[in-house]
Design a protein around this ligand. Structure first.
Ligand code: ADE
Length: 238
């Protein structure tokens, strides 16, 4: 089995890459900026694809995530894609900083186009998640939530309207773009998201995000070790 993580930020992937001692495969995606780390964990082939960097900072957002996911699936043909990263969540839903969730759905929250059952619906996305997501969350004791994706870190009132109307719980900047590509290429996708900030806490989002980033990424590493052990167990029993 080959699993491929698609991760936006070095800070999100580094604890995990170090934990498994996986090595960079230099220039694998050249001339694209995406980076590949690859190694073996038992019988499992573990790929971690990072979006890469531009002007000295990590490429976050949907465009970079689309590029990385498309390249990763076409070149590596994984059995499962895992989009792992940080997100905002809501105190109103009982979320806490550094809590890790598994996604039970994914959509865009900042594509405001009229038309039910046509462009409006298509724009929102609502892509499938891996059918084993619920069992994994149940077995490992993770909460589940719907991932909603937009191109901004802040949240405008019109974003919140769409999030609330659609039961969104985990606000990120890549998830639906990764899900879009996975739906086209019929590759199952699992979401593992760690909370850096609470969108309804009243705090300034970037400050809260920056303050909690390393703690949330440490929690993400611990969660991903458990996810990988679970998937390894699945291979040996199947
Ligand atoms: N990543 C971490 N926190 C986020 C937020 N509040 N919005 C979008 N992406 C995020």
């Amino acid at each position: 089995m080959r699993i491929c993580y698609v991760v936006a930020m070095v800070a999100e992937a580094k604890p995990f890459i170090e934990r498994y001692g996986i090595e960079e495969v230099k220039d694998f995606f050249a001339p694209l900026p995406c980076m590949l780390y690859e190694g073996k964990v038992g019988d499992l082939t573990l790929d971690v694809v990072l979006n890469g960097q531009q002007q000295g900072s990590d490429l976050i957002g949907c465009e970079a995530a689309t590029m990385a996911t498309l390249s990763a699936i076409q070149r590596l043909n994984p059995d499962l894609v895992i989009n792992s990263g940080t997100c905002g969540a809501f105190c109103a839903n009982g979320a806490e900083i550094a809590e890790v969730y598994i996604g039970n759905g994914v959509m865009f929250h900042d594509r405001r186009v009229p038309g039910d059952n046509a462009w409006g619906t298509q724009s929102l996305g609502n892509y499938p998640v891996w059918e084993g997501s619920r069992q994994l969350a149940k077995t490992l004791g993770f909460k589940m939530g719907k991932v909603t994706t937009g191109s901004s870190l802040d949240m405008q009132p019109c974003d919140l309207d769409i999030i609330q109307q659609n039961g969104g719980e985990l606000k990120d900047m890549e998830g639906a773009a990764v899900g879009f590509v996975c739906s086209l290429l019929k590759t199952p996708i699992l979401y593992v998201k760690s909370v850096t900030d609470l969108c309804d806490s009243g705090a300034e989002t970037f400050e809260e995000f920056s303050k909690n980033l390393s703690r949330a990424c440490e929690a993400l590493k611990v969660a991903n070790e458990r996810v990988i052990d679970y998937l390894k167990g699945q291979i040996s029993t199947n």
